[in-house]
Design a protein around this ligand. Structure first.
Ligand code: ADP
Ligand code: MG
Length: 274
């Protein structure tokens, strides 16, 4: 949960100030809400993005993210420095200056996302111990196992449009899995950005990992993901949880109606076209 910059002890602020040549301005990130401190810090010698954590799980999460961002090239912001002081873990990263992409149907930003995702889909997980699909999502299928680097939270607020292309922040859920798992986790955000489930699937069909995975695996994934978010929505009032429950639910409903249409086809017919 986000905290004010003023929550940082003086000694921690002093160490940050030393690294940027004196602090001129601090502005908290308007998006995201998990990291305790997530702020742009303008210094006299350099502007950086600072993430910091002090409580048990937040520190563990930021430490994991630090390991991931240092192990992966280009996609994440480069880590410039990090230190621990007075119970705080503090990470200074390259500032990615730009807006979040618009992922609505027909948006030109989708072409840029395709480029970033294609590159990510071709990147093996670096050596290390990463979340498994089951550890990350709380459900798994044999087809979800794989060796690809999967960010697993590709939503518009974790994407930044830069002159060099779309870069990706927030690597706290870095997972080693099959490449299609990244795409299956993007469906909910495409739906949330205005795609129908069929439009989202059509856009994803340009990725080889999507067309290679069996329909049964996608059906099962969609159903399990929707069931998970449905349970969360029963337990929590947060708007974003209810949004995710609605979007994952839409996709699961679409998949199950497609599957039942297929079952109505005569034996041996593999298309839903009349
Ligand atoms: N290196 C960076 N440069 C610029 N903005 C960043 C950077 N890292 C994160 N952000 C911004 O801060 C927001 C919150 O950071 P994020 O790492 O996503 O943490 P959270 O866990 O709170 O979602 C992001 O949505 C993004 O807009
Ligand atoms: Mg985020």
């Amino acid at each position: 949960m986000r905290r004010e910059w003023a929550a940082l002890p003086g000694a921690v602020v002093k160490e940050i100030a030393e690294r940027v040549g004196g602090i001129i301005d601090v502005s908290p990130a308007p998006t995201g809400n998990h990291a305790e401190i997530a702020s742009t810090v303008v210094g006299t010698s350099r502007t950086v993005f600072v993430k910091a954590a002090s409580t048990g799980l937040s520190v563990q999460t930021l430490r994991y993210e630090l390991t991931a961002t240092r192990a992966v090239d280009w996609f994440p912001p480069a880590v410039l420095w990090h230190f621990e002081r007075d119970g705080w873990l503090v990470v200074g990263a390259e500032l990615l200056d730009g807006p979040h992409p618009d992922l609505s149907p027909g948006s030109p930003d989708l072409d840029l996302l395709r480029v970033t995702l294609k590159a990510l889909q071709g990147t093996p997980a670096p050596r290390g111990t990463w979340f498994t699909p089951a550890g990350r999502l709380g459900f798994a299928l044999p087809d979800m196992q794989g060796r690809t680097l999967v960010h697993s939270d590709i939503n518009p607020t974790n994407l930044i449009l830069t002159p060099a292309g779309i870069r990706v922040v927030d690597w706290a859920w870095t997972t080693e899995a099959a490449a299609w798992v990244e795409l299956a986790l993007l469906v909910q955000w495409l739906i949330g950005s205005g795609h129908s489930p069929a439009q989202a699937e059509e856009w994803l069909a340009q990725f080889p990992a999507w067309t290679a995975v069996g329909g049964d695996a996608l059906d099962a994934f969609a159903a399990m993901n929707a069931a998970k978010w449905n349970v969360k929505a029963e337990q929590r009032p947060d708007g974003w949880v209810h949004d995710l429950a609605a979007w994952t639910g839409e996709w699961a409903k679409h998949r199950s109606s497609q599957a039942s249409k297929l079952q109505l086809m005569p034996n041996g017919c593999t298309t839903t076209q009349p």
